[in-house]
Design a protein around this ligand. Structure first.
Ligand SMILES: *Cc1c(COP(=O)(O)O)cnc(C)c1O
Length: 486
C-alpha cells in the first residue's frame, strides 16, 4: 500500500516553478514601472467586499490566486514605493531587498537561537552597527519589527538597570522608587506607549517643551529633573530624538549625553529614521553625541530602504540587555555541540522567541549598495528638501511652517490677501491633501505645527526626484486655486 501524500509541496514542480517565475517578473515589472502608476487610488467597494469571504475549504489554483493579488491587492497599496509618496516617514524598498526577502522565505529560518549561519548574518549586521555608531564590542543588537518595539525594549533595559534584577521577579509595585523619564514634546507617541507598556505609567513621562528649532529645551529638562528629585521621584531615563517625525528636528544629543551623565540617567535615542543618516558623511556631524547613547532605536525600513519590517535596537551594555530578557528554561537549554550549541541566543535579548530572518535583507542591502552609496542617497533626500523649501518660498501662495532640518518640509497653501475664503485655512489645506491623494499625483501627509495644519512632505524615497517635487507643488497650487474658486 502506498502512503497517502499529505505534503503541501506540489505534485508538479514544473508548473509551480513557471508560476513562480511569472510572479518574480510581475514584481520586477511593478518596481521598474512604478512611475507609470498613480501613487495611491481609492479601493473600489466591490474589491474590498471580495475580501470578506468565508474560510475556503477547497484548494484553488495558484495562478488564479496570483492574478487576484495582481488585480485586487497590488494596485491598492499605500504607494510608499512610488517616488511621489511623501507621507509620514516610509521607505521605498529596493529590488535587492525584495530578492533577499524571497531567499529568506525559501530558507524559512527561525532566528530565535541555535547554531546556524543566519544568526551569524544578524551578528555581522550588529558588528556593522557598532562600527557605525562607535559602540564597544560588548554592545548588543537585535532586529525587531520597528522602532516602536525597539524603544520599548530600551525602556525595559533601562528600567531593569535602574531598579535592579530583583525587579524582574517583584515587579514595579515592590519598588519604593517612583520612576520618571524625560523626552521632548516632539517625540513620537510610541515613546509614551513604551513607558505605558513597561508598567511605569504615561504620566511618568515628562514632556519637555521644544525651542525654535523644535529640539528639547535643555534648561527646562535640567529644572524638571531637579524638581522631580526634590519631590521624591527617581529619574531614570532621557529619550532624545534624532529626527522627529513631525519636522525632522534633532535634539542636542551631545548636551543630552552630558545631562544624562551628570544625573546618572539612561540615555536612549529614538533615531527611527534619523540615526542611519550616520551613513552620510555630510549629515553625520549633526548627530554628534549619538555615539554616547546607552541605546539607540532605529529602522532599516525607513531611510535605508530595506523592505518592511526591519527595526533595530542597539544597546551599549550588552550584559544589561541580556539580563533584562534572559529566561532559563529546560527546552531552550544550551549545549556545547550540535544544533543547540551557543551561549547567548537572540531570544535572550527581547520578548520574541520565534523570529524571522530580517537580517538577510538588511545584509544584502548594505552589501550590494555599500554604506557610501546609501549615505549619498540619504543626503540627496535632504537636498531635495532644500529644493522643495526653495520652491515653497518662491510661491506667494505657499508658506513655510517649520525650519527644514533634514528631509521634512512643512508648509501650507495660503490664499493671496484679497481672496475671499469660506473654509478655514486648516480645512482648505486638508482638502488639498485629500485631492492630492485621490489624484494619484503625490502623497504628502499632514501634521500640526504650532497649532496649525501643515502639509508635510517627508522625502524618504530614493526614487524621488526634483520632477516629483515640481509635480507635487504644481498640483498643490492647482487644487488650492480650484478649491478657492468654489
Ligand atoms: C517611524 C518612527 C517611529 C516608529 O517606528 P516604527 O518602525 O513605525 O515602529 C518612532 N519614532 C520616530 C521618530 C519615527 O519616525
Amino acid at each position: 500500500m502506498t502512503e497517502p501524500n499529505h505534503s503541501l509541496d506540489p505534485q508538479d514542480w514544473s508548473n509551480l516553478r513557471a508560476e513562480g517565475h511569472r510572479m518574480l517578473d510581475d514584481m520586477l515589472d511593478y518596481i521598474e514601472k512604478i512611475r507609470e502608476r498613480p501613487v495611491w487610488q481609492t479601493i473600489p467597494d466591490e474589491i474590498r467586499s471580495g475580501f470578506r469571504q468565508n474560510l475556503p475549504q477547497q484548494p484553488s489554483d495558484l495562478a488564479q490566486i496570483h492574478q487576484r493579488f495582481m488585480q485586487e491587492v497590488l494596485p491598492y497599496a499605500v504607494g510608499n514605493s512610488h517616488p511621489g509618496f511623501m507621507g509620514w516617514v516610509q521607505g521605498g524598498g529596493t529590488p535587492v531587498g525584495m530578492l533577499a526577502e524571497m531567499l529568506a522565505a525559501g530558507l524559512n529560518a527561525n532566528l530565535g537561537g541555535r547554531d546556524q549561519m543566519p544568526i551569524e548574518v544578524e551578528k555581522q549586521v550588529t558588528q556593522w552597527m557598532r562600527e557605525l555608531f562607535q559602540f564597544p564590542e560588548s554592545a548588543s543588537g537585535l532586529f525587531v519589527t520597528g522602532t516602536s518595539i525597539a524603544n520599548f525594549i530600551a525602556v525595559l533595559v533601562a528600567r531593569t538597570k535602574a531598579l535592579g534584577l530583583a525587579s524582574r521577579r517583584q515587579g514595579l509595585a515592590a519598588s519604593p522608587h517612583k520612576l520618571v523619564a524625560y523626552t521632548s514634546a516632539g517625540a513620537h507617541a510610541c515613546v509614551s506607549q513604551a513607558i505605558d507598556m513597561a508598567g511605569i505609567g504615561i504620566d511618568a513621562l515628562r514632556l519637555i517643551s521644544v525651542d525654535a528649532k523644535f529640539a528639547m529645551n535643555l534648561d527646562e529638562l535640567e529644572q524638571r529633573i531637579a524638581a522631580d528629585r526634590a519631590a521624591g521621584y527617581t529619574p531614570f531615563l532621557i529619550a532624545g530624538t534624532a529626527g522627529t517625525v513631525d519636522v525632522g528636528a534633532i535634539d542636542d544629543l551631545d548636551a543630552l549625553a552630558d545631562i544624562a551623565q551628570r544625573h546618572q540617567l539612561w540615555f536612549h535615542i529614538d533615531g527611527a529614521y534619523g540615526a542611519l543618516a550616520m551613513l552620510s558623511t555630510s549629515i553625520a556631524p549633526r548627530l554628534k553625541g549619538i555615539e554616547r547613547a546607552d541605546s539607540i532605536a532605529f529602522d532599516f525600513h525607513k531611510w535605508a530602504q530595506v523592505q518592511y519590517d526591519a527595526g533595530y535596537i542597539l544597546v551599549r551594555d550588552g550584559q544589561a540587555h541580556f539580563d533584562t530578557f534572559a529566561t532559563p528554561t529546560s527546552y531552550l537549554k544550551r549545549e556545547t555541540r550540535g544544533i543547540a550549541a551557543g551561549e547567548r541566543w537572540p531570544c535572550d535579548f527581547g520578548p520574541d522567541l520565534s523570529r524571522g530572518f530580517r537580517a538577510l535583507k538588511a545584509w544584502f542591502t548594505i552589501q550590494v549598495y555599500g554604506a557610501e552609496q546609501l549615505g549619498q542617497m540619504i543626503a540627496h533626500t535632504c537636498e531635495l528638501a532644500q529644493y522643495l523649501k526653495a520652491r515653497v518660498e518662491q510661491e506667494p501662495q505657499l508658506e513655510l511652517l517649520a525650519p527644514v532640518n533634514l528631509n521634512i518640509v512643512c508648509f501650507r497653501y495660503r490664499p493671496l490677501a484679497d481672496a475671499h475664503i469660506e473654509l478655514s485655512l486648516d480645512d482648505l489645506n486638508r482638502d488639498i491633501v485629500f485631492a492630492l491623494h485621490e489624484s494619484g499625483i503625490a502623497a504628502p501627509s499632514t501634521t500640526s505645527v504650532n497649532g496649525v495644519l501643515a502639509i508635510r512632505a517627508a522625502l524618504v524615497n530614493h526614487r524621488t526626484t526634483r520632477l516629483d517635487i515640481d509635480r507635487m507643488i504644481d498640483a498643490t497650487l492647482r487644487f488650492g486655486d480650484q478649491l478657492l474658486a468654489f
